[in-house]
Design a protein around this ligand. Structure first.
Ligand SMILES: Nc1nc2c(c(=O)[nH]1)N[C@H]1C(S)=C(S)[C@@H](COP(=O)(O)OP(=O)(O)OC[C@H]3O[C@@H](n4cnc5c(=O)[nH]c(N)nc54)[C@H](O)[C@@H]3O)O[C@H]1N2
Ligand SMILES: Nc1nc2c(c(=O)[nH]1)N[C@H]1C(S)=C(S)[C@@H](COP(=O)(O)OP(=O)(O)OC[C@H]3O[C@@H](n4cnc5c(=O)[nH]c(N)nc54)[C@H](O)[C@@H]3O)O[C@H]1N2
Ligand code: SF4
Ligand SMILES: [Mo]
Length: 699
């Protein structure tokens, strides 16, 4: 603990970390008064990325932590499934009843694989996110969960091209001369990148945003390129066409550090400006100008993020864009290259934390197919039906695609559901038992990051609210209730933090418990800024940037970058588009973090209500007026929203800022009532933004 700088010497300041699923992983300072109450949360001014500020959401973290609706005791269902009627019970009763139910399923006709954990990144902490929980499920032999809901398409696209989830360092951005924010809403989803961009801009860098929506980020850029959703690979191939045609290439870098340039050149030759314009809906002149700017730049920073990979060809789109800096040699220079994630640079000891060796090898269920997994007898992948679902760090009743299928699953009378939560979320309402969990202010954790290269430690600042417990402790106690005698199921949190940091990897030199305890955060042992591929050294099988990927070839996919059309667009499915002509993007609202914070009054007031941003042409065609309430619908389902007419969106595309709690939306539904369970080309991820709908007035 460190002393506060304020005059109030009776308060202490505790170092922590923002736990949310966000690339910025901010270092926080929490002020706690003499009564043990947190009174202030702020960003650490000394942290090079946090820069002394937090975002609109986490500035409200205390309001969320001390929310009157926090769960304070375990709850047992008393009403019908989904009715949300519960009675409080003791931890001992809850855990022994849950243990008995899980034991009965484990030892029953379906065996342990009928138990499915379901979690995502409600907290990114290594402990509360993926440690004792994993040990517990491994030890009982439960089915495994493939955690694909967000980033898998892009992750695999990067693996197949540069070989790792590693990219350019944002601390090099001030030295870049061209910044392209490609399928990412930086000011909302990655706000701590922005000051670095402003630094570059002061020195003359141009900033371009490629997004079908003129987001608050696009608004602040020098140029907004509103391409058709799901056509980014085509745009990147069109840029390559120009790079090859004008010889805007770094021949030396290509020769030394890449494989397959001839095949890539042949592919790019097919993507004339005219063809690229027809596919992307961006004019040939603008594509030519974009390519010329990229070709002339010395260190262009391509910030791709996850928005552009939520389409049928999302993996290939990321892969195609990721080839660009190797053609121009921008990896050589600070501020140059492409960045999707930095997480691959962290070499935490996940094996020691998660202990996959504790159990048998089991089947794996894709979380993006939760609807199918709960409603098909063999969970869609063979083996027993899912008879028990243990949900933590996630709110699948609101966030999973194809909500109506998911809800049919949650409604099954024979499904036993346990939810570990801070609040009575949409998902918690369907539980048989709800268990109160601590927030980041109340537990220990250790964090990697996916937007920078600093590891950090979270100390508890306050006592747990009510009887809430950390996830780690809940799974420890459940293991005891089930009489599991594996000793590692009793490791305490500090022990597990030390285990996570036990690593021989060079990047982890100096990243120790002592350093973290002393300073709160530590840079990985990489240069600043880190230029991971300045001299090649790509961790692919060939050791090069793979323009041709034999691994993709052996998966039956095109080994060379290519354009894979959306499942649902006017061009790719004209029959469907005749009925549902609008492409719906349901990307994050500025005030929410997925569904987290939707129940925080100040933030929900700022987000107003479910909304639908629509171009005047599309509104006019349907005689829809501004502020009118509409139904957004397709064959999968529907939800209501209030229309805001704006020219800040490409015609033919609508935007529903998300993800609303369905019970806090007027009609009890949200955008995922319309999304599908189809999967991306790589990584088996969901295609949330590959979604045709129609909009009709209500009432
Ligand atoms: N405030 C806030 N911050 C967040 C989150 C949040 O919910 N709220 N969520 C966090 C999480 S989990 C994630 S994964 C990230 C998500 O943040 P990002 O990775 O930035 O992704 P999205 O917000 O999903 O989409 C970004 C932009 O991509 C655009 N887009 C959609 N389809 C396409 C396309 O085909 N091509 C192109 N070029 N653009 C397209 C959308 O219009 C959107 O403006 O943000 C994190 N940060
Ligand atoms: N239509 C549409 N759907 C989407 C998206 C979209 O853009 N559009 N985005 C997708 C993406 S990118 C993602 S990442 C997913 C996110 O989906 P989720 O991972 O489900 O994220 P959240 O909705 O934020 O829910 C996280 C929950 O974890 C709980 N939680 C937080 N910390 C703890 C803890 O320490 N212990 C316990 N027990 N619980 C905790 C929070 O209270 C919260 O309810 O949604 C996906 N769904
Ligand atoms: S959500 Fe992101 S920007 Fe906001 S405090 Fe957390 S890490 Fe920082
Ligand atoms: Mo995400």
């Amino acid at each position: 603990m460190i002393l506060p700088s304020s005059a109030d010497i009776s308060a202490t300041v505790v170092r922590g970390v923002c736990p949310h699923d966000c690339p910025d992983t901010c270092a926080t300072l929490v002020t706690v008064d003499q009564n043990g109450r947190a009174t202030r949360i702020q960003g650490d001014p000394a942290h090079p990325v946090t820069n002394g500020f937090l975002c609109a959401k986490v500035n409200r973290y205390l309001e969320r932590t001390y929310h009157p609706d926090r769960l304070t005791t375990p709850l047992r269902r008393v009403g019908a499934k989904g009715a949300g009627l519960f009675e409080p019970c003791t931890w001992d009763d809850a855990l022994s009843e849950i243990a008995a139910r899980l034991d009965a399923i484990r030892n029953g006709p379906h065996g342990p694989e009928a138990i499915l954990p379901y979690s995502y990144a409600g907290t990114m902490g290594q402990l509360q996110g993926s440690s004792m929980d994993r040990r517990f499920f491994h030890a009982i032999g439960a089915s495994k969960l493939n955690r694909t809901i967000c980033a898998e398409a892009g992750r695999v696209g990067m693996m197949m091209t540069v070989g790792a989830s590693i990219g350019a360092d944002l601390e090099g951005v001030p030295q870049s001369d061209l910044i392209i924010l490609w399928g990412t809403n930086t000011l909302t989803a990655n706000p701590h990148l922005w000051p670095f961009i402003l630094d570059a801009r002061k020195q003359g860098a141009r900033v371009i945003c490629i997004d079908p929506i003129r987001t608050r980020t696009a608004e602040q850029c020098d140029e907004w390129i509103a391409l058709k959703p799901g056509t980014d690979a085509a745009l990147a191939l069109g840029i390559m066409h120009e790079l090859f045609a004008h010889d805007w290439l770094d021949h030396d870098y290509i020769a030394q550090h890449t494989v397959g340039v001839d095949q890539l050149r042949a592919r790019a030759t097919e993507w004339t400006l005219e063809r690229t314009a027809a596919v992307t809906g961006v004019s040939a002149e603008r594509i030519a100008a974009l390519a010329a700017a990229y070709g002339a730049a010395k260190a262009a920073f391509l910030r791709i993020n996850y928005g552009l990979q939520r389409h049928a060809g999302g993996g290939m789109a990321v892969r195609t864009i990721a080839c660009l800096p190797a053609l121009t040699g921008h990896w050589r220079r600070a501020g140059g290259g492409v960045s999707l994630s930095t997480s691959g640079a962290f070499a935490f000891n996940t094996h020691a934390l998660q202990r996959p060796d504790l159990g048998p090898s089991t089947r794996t269920i894709n979380m993006s197919l939760l609807g199918d997994a709960l409603t098909t007898p063999d969970a869609g992948v063979g083996g027993p039906p899912v008879m028990a679902l243990v949900v933590y760090n996630s709110n699948p009743a609101a966030v999973a695609p194809d909500r109506s299928a998911v809800m049919r699953g949650f409604g099954r009378e024979d499904l036993f559901t346990v939810v570990l939560e801070h609040f009575r979320t949409d998902t918690a309402d369907w539980a048989d038992f709800v268990l109160p969990a601590t927030t980041q202010l109340e537990h220990w954790d250790v964090h990697t990051a996916y937007g920078h290269f600093y590891a950090s430690l979270n100390r508890p600042a306050i006592a747990p609210i009510g009887e809430s417990l950390p996830n780690t402790e809940i799974f420890r106690r459940l293991a005891t209730a089930m009489r599991l005698d594996e000793p590692s199921l009793r490791d305490d949190d500090i022990t597990m933090i030390r285990q996570a940091l036990e690593s021989n990897h060079a990047h982890m030199d100096g990243v120790t418990f002592e350093q973290l305890a002393d300073r709160g955060w530590v840079r990985l042992n990489v240069p600043r800024p880190y230029l991971p591929f300045a001299a090649g050294g790509f961790p692919t099988p060939s050791g090069k940037c793979e323009f041709v990927s034999p691994r993709l070839g052996s998966m039956g996919l095109d080994p060379v970058p290519t354009f894979i059309p959306p499942y649902e667009s006017i061009e790719s499915n004209p029959l469907l588009a005749a009925r549902f002509p609008l492409q719906l993007i349901s990307s994050p609202a500025h005030q929410f973090l997925n569904t987290t914070f939707v129940n925080v009054p100040t933030l929900r007031r700022a987000a107003r209500e479910p909304e639908c941003i629509m171009h005047p042409e599309d509104a006019g065609l349907r005689a829809i007026t501004d502020q009118q309430v509409v139904q957004i619908e397709n064959d999968r389902g529907a939800f209501h929203a209030r229309v805001r007419i704006s020219d800040g969106i490409r015609p033919g595309v609508i935007w529903a800022p998300s993800i609303w709690w369905t019970k806090l939306a007027g009609d009890g539904r949200n955008a995922n009532d319309t999304t599908s369970q189809r999967l991306t080309d790589l990584g088996e991820g969901p295609v949330f933004y590959d979604n045709l709908v129609e909009v009709v007035p209500v009432g």
